[in-house]
Design a binder for this molecule. Structure first.
Ligand SMILES: NC(=O)c1ccc[n+]([C@@H]2O[C@H](COP(=O)([O-])OP(=O)(O)OC[C@H]3O[C@@H](n4cnc5c(N)ncnc54)[C@H](O)[C@@H]3O)[C@@H](O)[C@H]2O)c1
Length: 282
């Protein structure tokens, strides 16, 4: 595998493009918004310049990386690519339009991966005529820092596709874990209910939020407590994630804590609105 297309140049797409170039792949970025692609290129150069300034890489290595990344003006530019990783908005209709067009323009060999956090990989595969070559590649934010990639196997995904993505993950110096196409995959299936349970414990008066956070940091070695994490992720995302688990697993045990819905109504979403469980305006 020598080249990777990245669709969507936002928070995740730009990070994926960065680690792909650092692994030595030729990278083509496509975004419906050309400004987003240019912004992503600028961000990559800035990150690599910082690495040069800190003497982590030499200027030649930076130039090599910069030369590997280009911007595509049309999805058809990805025709002969080995792998295309999609990181557009978390909306199945948008993903459907991207994958059906990719399926038309790409040669048979191209593998498609989606960075979706919650949508069905099996369904994404059904938007194409190559469901065996469609899988999930779930990166974590910020991509250059986080070591994990969840590789998601849809109902029709072949072992060859999973094996090829494991190789890509390793070349990106990440650790790939494989999960079947199930709600929340591995990390969010565990983390979302844990944070939800912490909110329910607060509602029930078990302990203060500060003490629950401290307990998980010092007792379970979490780098941040469940309330700090919920504020970072955002209560809007938490509500969507619990609703997805409840619906797909058909189990009311996953239902969102009432307090989280109340906070959403008050626009206390966490860091993004300045106030969540903690106040960030102080
Ligand atoms: N942000 C996270 O923490 C995170 C973590 C893991 C996975 N994800 C998933 O990654 C994906 C992208 O998330 P993000 O946070 O980078 O979003 P973002 O909003 O930062 O970026 C999305 C980009 O996609 C572009 N786009 C929209 N429709 C497009 C189309 N039809 N063709 C090409 N480009 C299009 C937008 O212009 C935008 O630049 C989502 O599926 C999300 O669930 C996000």
């Amino acid at each position: 595998m020598i080249n990777i297309g990245v669709i969507g140049a936002g928070a995740m797409g730009s990070g994926i493009a960065q680690v792909a170039a650092e692994a030595g792949y030729g990278v083509l970025i496509f975004d419906v918004d050309p400004n987003a692609s240019e912004k992503a290129l600028g961000k990559l150069q800035k990150n690599w310049q910082k690495a040069v300034d800190k003497e982590k890489i030499n200027p030649e290595e930076m130039q090599k990386r910069v030369a590997l990344v280009r911007v595509a003006s049309d999805l058809a530019d990805l025709k002969d690519f080995d792998l295309v990783i999609e990181a557009v908005a978390e909306n199945q209709e948008v993903k459907k339009s991207v994958f059906s067009r990719l399926d038309e323009v790409c040669t048979e060999k191209t593998i498609f991966a989606s960075n979706t956090s919650s949508l069905s990989i099996t369904e994404i595969g059904s938007f194409t005529n190559r469901p065996d070559k469609v899988a999930g590649m779930h990166f974590f934010n910020p991509v250059p820092v986080m070591k994990l990639i969840e590789i998601i196997k849809g109902l029709a995904t072949s072992e060859e596709t999973i094996d090829a993505l494991k190789v890509v993950a390793a070349k990106m110096k990440k650790v790939g874990v494989v999960a079947n196409d199930t709600p929340g995959f591995i990390v969010n299936r565990l983390l979302v209910p844990l944070c939800n349970e912490a909110i329910k414990m607060l509602e029930a008066g078990v302990a203060s939020l500060e003490d629950i956070d401290t307990a998980m940091k010092l007792g379970a070695n979490w780098p941040m407590g469940p309330f700090e994490l919920s504020d970072l992720v955002g209560l809007d995302v938490h509500i969507g994630a619990t609703a997805g688990l409840e619906r797909e697993l058909n189990d009311s045990h996953y239902a969102c804590a009432r307090l989280a819905r109340q906070m959403y109504r008050a626009n206390r979403l966490g860091r993004k609105t300045g106030k969540g469980f903690y106040d960030y305006n102080k």
